[in-house]
Design a protein around this ligand. Structure first.
Ligand SMILES: [Zn+2]
Length: 253
């Protein structure tokens, strides 16, 4: 009996020293993710996007190849923050997909639907974990219960460094930090331009695992990302918060 209590206390303690919100069922089984840059339409068929037409219809954006300069910025930003030592999960490869065997992740540019209005409705979008599938179980509960088995994708409208790290955080399996109940007390969440709507807050799923402490500096937190991204892009500092790193370490080291 005593041993059980002690174990519970210890487990509780080790969880509370981390933060972060994770989808444990769709995390990668490895920590080295082969990443390539989209350069041919046929590559969409490897992913849930299927084709240019389906991407426009189902996901509201036009997939494009990033420019050379943009590819370089994305790669350098990711390589700096996600390292085998720091995060465990890290991203390798970085060639064009037509020169990559068995990619795990395809990175592309996202343009808007309407010609000349090239802005899509998002700055970036990415899968959760290894192409985690959000679905309903027999009881009607939503969750990320399984992976699709398809190649993961990540689409960027902007190559702002904060946005880049946020989207790669999703690929690593992280959810939005502002869905934590303590975000309502975070002043940044109530600032102009922050798109967190407390009346209609994005809901966690039955599969979502919360580590207990709220992290107002998480790059997965809109309240931080959306108020700090211009500063972050100008500076040459690490972007994942200490707690983001600890959360990734808990799963990938
Ligand atoms: Zn996000």
């Amino acid at each position: 009996m005593k041993t059980t209590t002690l174990f519970t206390l210890l487990a509780g303690f080790s969880l509370s020293s981390q933060a972060g919100i994770v989808e444990p069922k769709v995390l990668w089984d490895k920590n080295q993710i082969t990443t390539c840059f989209y350069d041919k339409e046929s590559q969409l068929a490897l992913t849930r996007l299927k084709s240019r037409k389906d991407t426009l219809k189902d996901y509201n954006f036009k997939p494009r190849e990033l420019s050379r300069r943009e590819k370089k910025k994305v790669m350098e930003t990711v390589l700096k923050d996600f390292t085998p030592e720091r995060t465990g999960i890290h991203f390798v490869g970085w060639k064009d997909c037509s020169k990559t065997d068995n990619p795990d992740l395809i990175v592309m540019e996202a343009k808007g639907k309407v010609p000349f209005l090239t802005r899509p409705t998002f700055n970036g979008r990415a899968v959760i974990g290894e192409d985690g599938l959000a679905e309903q179980d027999e009881q009607g509960n939503f969750g990320f219960f399984q992976k699709t088995g398809l190649v993961s994708h990540l689409a960027l409208y902007t190559q702002n460094k904060a946005t880049v790290i946020h989207e790669f955080g999703h690929v690593a399996g992280l959810r939005h930090e502002h869905i934590h109940e303590d975000s309502i007390n975070d002043k940044n969440c109530h600032k102009f331009g922050v798109t967190v709507d407390f009346e209609n807050l994005e809901q966690p799923f039955v599969t979502t695992l919360f580590h207990t402490e709220y992290d107002s500096f998480s790059i997965m937190n809109y309240c931080y990302l959306q108020t700090q991204r211009n500063r972050i892009d100008r500076e040459d500092k690490l972007i994942l918060s200490q707690k983001d790193v600890e959360t990734l370490q808990a799963y990938y080291q």
